[in-house]
Write a protein that binds this ligand. Structure first.
Ligand SMILES: Nc1ncnc2c1ncn2[C@@H]1O[C@H](COP(=O)(O)OP(=O)(O)O)[C@@H](O)[C@H]1O
Ligand SMILES: [Mg+2]
Length: 622
């Protein structure tokens, strides 16, 4: 029955396959993935051939048993027993072979899954930030799970399916035709009677399966939308639960209808297949029996033919769909390769040099930057759109020139959208400049090793992220070897040690949705502790206190004071107190520096800074 399943699946896949074009070179890439498994694959194919041989040998032996019985005579009983023993031995061998086959196909399949998964994961995490902003996380995760598994399944099932079916078919047909070409030819006449309607059923099945996927997705969307707090509130306020229920009910009942149809179509498929095979068998008994009675063939031959017949129909139907099987393997692999072919954004140059330890000088030389366009960083299939935007993005930074000397604090101010955050991301090389250069300690960041860059530059943004792990693990993310003592020191510097000490699990408290919920200010202070642990010589703050109420803001400000002490700082701030202290203020507007200087001079100049000073900067809370 397993062949029928795979036939059904490939018919269902036909639809998916026909809508996807496989790129050139996919087959060659698949082969490259299979190469490490060539030994396993050879052993596997060898077991397949052996099993096919046993599959033909057993019916032949059964025929001999019948012939020995009908012939009678002295040696008959002994011969029958010997034959039966051989059949038994073959059965045991077949069972062992089947285990071996599964072992090898599982090893090959799971091995390929492992290779693909780790490759895709590693590749995706190196993608530019823009990629994550654009793609739907769900689509990405499903690419890592479903498509990788699909590719593997298609690979192993094609490998074992095609090879074993071809071998089985060739052997069986050869033996059958040798035994009696008339009976064999006649019994094959029925085959088209099965295959033609089976394809039609398969097509219909593919259609309703797709419809049920769509409906499922819609029901899920409705539930997630309506069953969150704000959705539920809206339903209550507008009081339309009946409408909601009936809409949902309509979709759910269509899913029920499809479920029933699906069940019937697939059962019809199996029943038809069994029926045709049984009819062909009956034909063999009838015609073969008639020939046997007239002495044209032996009784054993008829039995052998009838038994072999069942081994002929399965492979034949399966092979009639081989193209679809092979294509769906190619499609799954192609979808995975598509992700692997995306250019990773930032990579280390061969021969990169380390930024001198403790470097504190940042230099922007005529820096220009535009964000990459959609087609450079993303895949249409991951964004659920048919084509990606190719138009070049506007230049966001249009020639920035400035230097932050070691130990200085420089403040970046400017209206929203001026390019402040973008500027800060170029220092830590989240993106690469599209013109000019950013230098740290005299080294172009593009020539620097990524590790030395990460050690030198520490960043705190508006909403610092903490992983859903323990506090200690989150801290050690910045410095894997940190001792408890060092962690406590960092926490103290960030003014959060008392709070962590008061937690029942201390440093082992799990952070996040299902762990301990830190408030915004506490999270920022943990992020600052993480930064302190890293001890970078350059600190970048991007509105690190923007989302906080004034009380937590005061605490975070105190933590930041520790973080900035003795370090070079590039600070995007809206607090007057911070800005006033800056050694230099850079006023950014539309991607260029329009004013620079110290607070008093800029206010006196009466330009953009002066107007921002009047309207946007808030008074310090400390
Ligand atoms: N990921 C992005 N992709 C494309 N454009 C972006 C992206 N992030 C920011 N921008 C654009 O770049 C400009 C500068 O943004 P940003 O540096 O965030 O400004 P600021 O931090 O000064 O408010 C804005 O016009 C913004 O729309
Ligand atoms: Mg910003």
């Amino acid at each position: 029955m397993s062949t029928s399943w795979s036939v059904l699946r490939s018919i269902q896949n036909a639809d998916r396959v026909s809508r996807h074009e496989v790129r050139r070179g996919t087959a060659r890439r698949i082969v490259r993935f299979a190469v490490p498994y060539r030994r396993d694959i050879s052993v596997f194919l060898f077991t397949v051939v052996l099993a096919a041989g046993i599959g033909v040998a057993t019916p032949l032996l059964a025929g001999h048993v019948i012939n020995a019985i009908t012939a009678g005579g002295d040696g008959a009983a002994g011969a029958v027993v010997r034959l039966a023993l051989v059949i038994a031995a073959l059965a045991v061998a077949d069972a062992l072979l089947s285990l071996a086959q599964r072992w090898y196909s599982a090893r090959i399949g799971e091995g390929i899954i492992l290779d693909l998964r780790t490759r895709v994961f590693d590749h995706v995490q190196r993608m530019p930030l823009q990629f994550f902003a654009r793609t739907q996380t769900g689509a990405l995760v499903s690419r890592l799970n479903n498509d990788v598994v699909g590719a593997q399944r298609a690979f192993t099932s094609t490998l074992s399916g095609v090879v074993s079916n071809v071998i089985q078919l060739a052997l069986t047909a050869a033996v059958m035709f040798t035994l009696s070409w008339q009976i064999t030819a006649l019994s094959l006449v029925l085959l088209p009677v099965f295959i033609v309607p089976a394809r039609r059923v398969g097509k219909r099945l593919a259609e309703i399966t797709r419809e049920s996927y769509d409906l499922d997705a819609k029901m899920n969307a409705t539930m997630t939308e309506r069953f969150n707090v704000s959705g539920a509130l809206l339903v209550k306020l507008f009081g339309r639960p009946e409408t909601e229920a009936s809409r949902f009910g309509e979709r759910a009942s269509r899913v029920r209808d499809i479920g029933v149809q699906q069940a019937m179509y697939s059962r019809t498929f199996f029943v038809a297949m069994l029926l045709v095979a049984s009819l062909a068998q009956a034909l063999t008994y009838g015609l073969g029996g008639w020939l046997a009675v007239h002495g044209n063939v032996s009784a054993g031959t008829v039995v052998t033919l009838a038994l072999l017949l069942t081994r002929l129909y399965g492979p034949l139907t399966a092979l009639s769909n081989v193209r679809v099987d092979v294509m769906s393997a190619l499609v799954s692999f192609d979808r995975v390769f598509e992700v692997l072919s995306l250019e990773p954004g930032i990579a280390e140059k061969p021969g990169a040099v380390a930024v001198p330890a403790g470097s504190g000088r940042i230099e922007f030389r005529d820096v220009r930057f535009r964000y990459p366009s959609a087609d450079q960083v993303s895949l249409a299939s991951l964004e659920d759109v048919s084509t990606l935007d190719r138009t070049e993005q506007e230049e966001v930074l249009t020639g920035l020139d400035f230097t932050v000397e070691p130990g200085q604090m420089v403040a970046l101010v400017g209206p929203s959208g001026a390019g402040k955050s973008t500027t800060s991301m170029l220092v830590s090389r989240v993106y690469d400049v599209t013109g000019g250069a950013v230098l740290i300690g005299g080294v172009d960041v593009r020539d620097a090793t990524l590790e030395s860059l990460r050690d030198t530059v520490g960043v705190v943004t508006q909403d610092s992220h903490l992983f859903h792990e323990t506090i200690a693990e989150n801290l050690r993310y910045a410095r894997p070897g940190a001792t408890e003592e060092q962690m406590w020191e960092a926490l103290t510097g960030a003014r959060i040690a008392a709070l962590v000490r008061a937690l029942p699990d201390g440093l082992d408290t799990v952070v996040g949705e299902r762990g301990y919920r830190f408030s915004g200010g506490e999270k920022q202070r943990l992020a600052i502790a993480r930064l302190l642990l890293k001890q970078p010589s350059i600190v970048i703050l991007d509105e690190a206190t923007a989302h906080l109420d004034s009380e937590s803001e005061a605490a975070v400000q105190r933590a930041l004071a520790t973080a900035l002490r003795g370090r070079t700082a590039l600070v995007i701030a809206h607090r007057l107190s911070t800005i006033r202290e800056a050694d230099q203020i850079l006023v950014l507007e539309k991607g260029r520096i329009v004013e620079r200087g110290r607070h008093d001079d800029l206010v006196a100049a009466g330009g953009l800074y002066a107007s921002l000073y009047r309207t946007q900067f808030t008074e310090a809370v400390i």
